[in-house]
Design a binder for this molecule. Structure first.
Ligand SMILES: [Zn+2]
Ligand SMILES: [Zn+2]
Length: 527
């Protein structure tokens, strides 16, 4: 069998602190072995964009201002309408595996999240067999790989949707068992495809850590207010069990691969769920910067999805299915249908800004900018600067009564962080919530404590209950450990960003990526 040149194994959404801690304590022996013989360090996420757009940032080596993806539902430029980002190919530019393939390398890319099928790939691609993110549905190239995988391995026991209401030990035990079974099957699948041999790049991603973190953080963290000692005692630590299963899989895969360059990485971290994004639209109304829409009859379907808890993960399967299949990398910008898409929910003729969908831990705000938005009323330049400054001050003045601290850690202007052709399609301001206290949910445990009460002189007192059911949320730091015949043991000589991964992996296979924001890690891939 021809050896694999570069093996990349992702542990999606796994906390770097937990990975290191459990490796040090002997629970993750294979990872511990990589830490000993390899070079490692925590990775910095893409500031303000480390949740929804982490994966496109990783595989393009570029920020959202360059690849254009910040959330699955985005505003169509020059309109107030949302469209589904996958309807225009999800991202602009090239995934590093496509660049490698174009340069004649043979690549296998399995379950890399949020990565449309590249039908031109020299090698194989499996998408959404088992991953946290669901956009396209399970598919694979070349034909008839999907059928062969289905016949040989069946469906992933959890699939691509882990959200659900779980009420007791049995529910959680079944969920964790299915995650563990998914990891085992993925290990088997990975080894069988590796055995074909001759891969320049072989990449597999374990998203089971991602799902366990979102759903089971409160069972892992005994200090979490929703922690249920009875369920935890019956179950063991579900996150540790899933991480251990992935570690075992890594050991099996490394044994199969033999001596090669290997990179194991976590895309972004995980800790308790926090923030109060569900209050942001009302906060903007009370501050007077956004105005409520004029009363008009709204269709039942738009009302149904317009709640503050709306998330793209919850798109109806029928809608996702209709959109399934392969999208071209450079498809039309126009959405196929507005069905199921949220509305902006403001009076666009009288609002200076509006809430811009961006996920739940970091809120987005877009200015209603004259010359850019159809009914823009904030003048660009000094007036926009002054508006942003005043709004930031008003947002920072809001006190969270649970902590007596500011609800918001900071407000960031995106244009000060990034540059690129898609800068204007991103939110203008990002609202980073303080994560000192966990936010509980009406859907977890007895639902107590899910209410968040905030106040400021300008908004008065405002309260709302969180109905979103996850107890774990991402943090920006991930982790990278690399080992191989030429890699010296130690730590990286500089802070590594997730944007540096694609340029590094490409250079290790003799290809320089063009026009990325990240740069190759010299410790691993010297120029
Ligand atoms: Zn996530
Ligand atoms: Zn999941």
């Amino acid at each position: 069998m021809l050896p694999t040149r570069l093996l990349v194994l992702g542990i999606d959404g796994a906390s770097p602190e937990l990975l290191r801690g459990w490796a040090d304590a002997g629970h993750l022996p294979n990872l511990a072995g990589l830490f000993r013989r390899g070079r490692s360090g925590n990775t910095r996420g893409v500031e303000g964009f480390f949740i929804g757009s982490t994966w496109p940032c990783i595989y393009t080596g570029s920020s959202p201002a360059r690849h254009g993806f910040h959330y699955l539902i985005q505003l169509s430029p020059g309109t107030y309408d949302f469209y589904r980002r996958e309807d225009c190919g999800l991202f602009a530019g090239k995934a590093f595996w496509s660049a490698l393939s174009d340069a004649g390398r043979r690549v296998a890319v399995l379950d890399a999240p949020l990565s449309p099928i590249d039908p031109t790939l020299n090698g194989m691609q499996v998408l959404e067999w088992g991953g946290h993110d669901a956009v396209y549905g399970f598919c694979a190239r070349p034909e008839p790989l999907a059928e062969a995988i289905q016949a040989r391995y069946g469906d992933h026991p959890v699939g691509t949707r882990c959200d659900g209401r779980r009420s007791g030990a049995e529910d959680y035990a079944s969920f964790v068992d299915r995650l563990l079974h998914g990891v085992e099957t993925k290990s088997r699948m990975t080894r069988e495809f590796l055995r074909e041999g001759g891969w320049d790049l072989f990449m597999q991603v374990f998203s089971e850590a991602h799902c366990a973190g979102h759903q089971c953080w409160h069972l892992h963290d005994s200090s979490h207010p929703s922690h249920d000692p009875e369920i935890a005692a019956a179950l063991g630590n579900p996150m540790q069990r899933v991480y251990e299963a992935i570690d075992k899989a890594i050991g099996e895969i490394l044994a199969e691969a033999g001596e090669c360059n290997v990179c194991v990485f976590s895309s972004h971290g995980m800790s308790h769920w926090y923030g109060a994004q569900f209050l942001l639209p009302e906060i903007l109304f009370r501050l007077g910067v956004a105005q409520r829409p004029p009363p008009a009859p709204r269709s039942a379907s738009s009302v149904a999805v317009d709640g503050a808890t709306w998330a793209w993960h919850q798109l109806p399967a029928s809608v996702r299915g209709r959109l399934g299949g392969v999208r071209s990398r450079y498809g039309p910008r126009k959405a196929e249908s507005n069905k199921g898409l949220p509305s902006l929910g403001v009076d666009t003729a009288r609002s200076q800004c509006f809430h811009h969908r961006h996920g739940l831990a970091i809120g987005g705000i877009r200015l209603n900018l004259a010359g850019r938005e159809p009914q823009g009323i904030v003048q660009p330049g000094a007036a926009a600067d002054a508006f942003c400054e005043a709004l930031t001050e008003d947002l920072m003045a809001i006190i969270d009564e649970r902590s007596d601290r500011s609800l918001i850690r900071r407000v960031v202007r995106v244009a000060e962080l990034y540059e690129g052709p898609y800068l204007d399609e991103l939110p203008d301001l990002l609202v980073e919530y303080d994560d000192t206290v966990p936010t509980l949910s009406t859907r977890v445990g007895d639902g107590e404590g899910a209410t968040v009460r905030v106040r400021s002189p300008k908004i008065g007192v405002l309260e709302g209950a969180n109905t979103y059911g996850r107890t774990g949320e991402h943090r920006s730091q991930g982790l990278l450990v690399a080992a191989g015949p030429q890699v010296e043991a130690g730590v990286f000589s500089r802070q590594v960003s997730v944007l540096d991964l694609a340029p590094t992996w490409s250079r290790l296979l003799g290809v320089e990526l063009e026009g990325t924001d990240g740069r190759a890690i010299e410790d691993l891939a010297p120029s």
